[in-house]
Write a protein that binds this ligand. Structure first.
Ligand code: KIV
Length: 266
């Protein structure tokens, strides 16, 4: 039987050179399925706002929405570590507010860790939260909650910006984060950060040199037809499968083919 993945185990994986595989999930059945697939961690990402709720960005996602998704994932009792994303403005209004919100994610949501976007600027918050034994995964580089500052979802850390991302990485490690997501940064920079940190780096659009990878479940299953970023690999193409099943059902209902006696009670 697979062992429960814990924070110390995930940190040990880096020291042992074992790669870490993370996927997002936002609901009970998906959490069960990805856990059966053997992921090391499930990220209840605020990407739920886009791929599940249909918002244009992650900015409208609320604490209540994230708690709802987190509780659903936790009910799957996964062996994978459950990490819940802190939505926009849950940690930006000071350390006390951040502590309360991160605490809710563990107490009411059942998460085992939280993820906070931001580097140097968020380090004091990460320090305060980890000091209260709430494990934090940091998230630097292309941080989707900063979409307006970045002027879109653009690769961060090219050329003279690289040092700033390196400083973010050092700051979140020093503040006590147990891992850091590196999103949308050049592969060479991600590899350099990975070598220089003691905590695991989890890449998304950051090349092969990270300690682990994370992708959005809807992207790998081909459920999100709107866009497909360069860094996504599609492992299944479920959108046409679902549409075809729905089309067949509609046609059978309309033609009186379904239901039959087989699907009826005496
Ligand atoms: O919200 C999310 O799913 C994320 C990952 C893509 C890293 O932040």
């Amino acid at each position: 039987m697979r062992k429960k993945i814990t924070i110390p185990e995930m940190m040990q994986m880096k020291r042992d050179g074992r790669r870490i595989a993370v996927l997002t999930a936002y609901d009970y059945p998906t959490a069960r399925l990805v856990d059966s697939g053997g992921v090391d961690a499930i990220l209840v990402g605020d990407s739920a706002g886009v791929v599940f709720s249909g918002y244009e960005t992650t900015l409208p996602v609320t604490m209540d929405e994230m708690l709802y998704h987190t509780r659903a994932v936790v009910r799957a009792r996964p062996k994978a570590l459950v990490i819940a994303d802190m939505p926009f403005m849950a940690c930006q209004c000071g350390e006390v507010e951040a502590l309360k919100n991160c605490g809710r994610m563990l107490q009411e949501g059942g998460a085992e860790a939280v993820k906070i976007e931001g580097g140097v600027a968020m380090a004091p918050v990460i320090r305060a939260v980890t000091a209260m034994d709430i494990p934090v995964m940091a998230h630097i580089g292309l941080t989707p909650q900063s979409v307006h500052r970045m002027g879109g979802y653009k690769v961060q850390g090219r050329n003279d910006q690289a040092e700033r991302i390196m400083e973010d990485a050092r700051a979140v490690q020093d503040a006590g984060a147990f891992a850091v997501v590196l999103e949308g940064v050049p592969a060479s920079l991600a590899a350099r950060i990975t070598e220089s940190l003691d905590i695991p780096t989890i890449g998304i659009g950051a090349g092969p040199g990270c300690d682990g990878q994370v992708l959005v479940i809807h992207d790998i299953l081909g459920l999100c037809e709107k866009y497909s970023p360069k860094f996504v690999k599609r492992y299944a193409d479920l959108a046409p499968v679902i549409t075809d099943a729905a089309r067949q059902y509609v046609s059978e209902v309309k033609e009186g083919i379904f239901p039959t006696e087989e699907h009826s009670f005496a």
